[in-house]
Design a protein around this ligand. Structure first.
Ligand code: DER
Length: 214
């Protein structure tokens, strides 16, 4: 259907942001999977990749792309990743794939964050997609109570343990007019590791299929 083609188009279009000799920050998900496939074709022109998940690491290694440690890679020029929702200011909900913590880390280490999506991810107001929050397991109920106080409906993503050994709560029912303020407020709560709002630092470039978002 349209969105699958748009995922592939976006993944392939992101290649134009990869410079020779780059260490490429790589996100997680089905759209990024198309980017990684395209990256394999120019793996001799880049130094390698820094990965945001075991899932992406496995695909990169399968394709013979060197996977480097972020601590030895230093600042990156480019980070390519998908999203679950994107508003007109390029602010994102991420974490559908439970990789939000390492995604946010690698994005923070990268100069330019290129987000690749299909049109189904575009919204005017963030929040229809439940906001993923990575929590330290012992704090699940405490964080759940804090979310209820803030008008959200917390749902434990039971059975999912992140690459960091933590749990995920998905928050339903928020309509988020000021996602940076909410991100900052939630970041302060004890027990929260990462909030799946990328609004304090939005994407720098958004590709919707092969189209550049204005
Ligand atoms: O979990 C994430 O943030 C991923 O980027 C994910 O949400 C993107 O999903 P998709 O590319 O498989 O739709």
């Amino acid at each position: 259907d349209g969105t699958v083609n748009q995922k592939r188009q976006a993944g392939e279009a992101a290649i134009r942001y990869v410079e020779d000799g780059a260490i490429v920050g790589v996100g997680t998900g089905s759209t990024v999977a198309y980017f990684i496939d395209a990256l394999a074709d120019l793996k001799h022109r880049i130094q390698g990749a820094v990965s945001s998940s075991e899932q992406s690491t496995a695909q990169l290694k399968r394709l013979g792309i060197p996977v480097l440690d972020l601590n030895s890679a230093g600042p990156l020029t480019i980070y390519i990743d998908g999203a679950d929702e994107c508003d007109p200011c390029k602010r994102l909900i991420k974490g559908g794939g439970a990789a939000l913590t390492r995604e946010k880390i690698v994005a923070a280490a990268s100069e330019k964050f290129v987000c690749i999506i299909d049109s189904s991810k575009q919204v005017d107001l963030l929040g229809k997609f439940p906001v993923p929050i990575e929590v330290i397991p012992m704090a699940r109920s405490l964080v759940g109570r804090e979310i209820v106080k803030r008008g959200g409906q917390p749902v434990w993503r039971d059975g999912v343990v992140t690459d960091n050994g933590n749990w995920i709560i998905d928050v339903h029912g928020w309509r988020i007019a000021d996602p940076a303020a909410l991100e900052s407020e939630l970041n302060q709560l004890p027990g929260i590791v990462t909030v799946g709002l990328f609004a304090r630092r939005p994407a720098d470039v958004v590709l919707i299929g092969g189209q550049l978002m204005a």
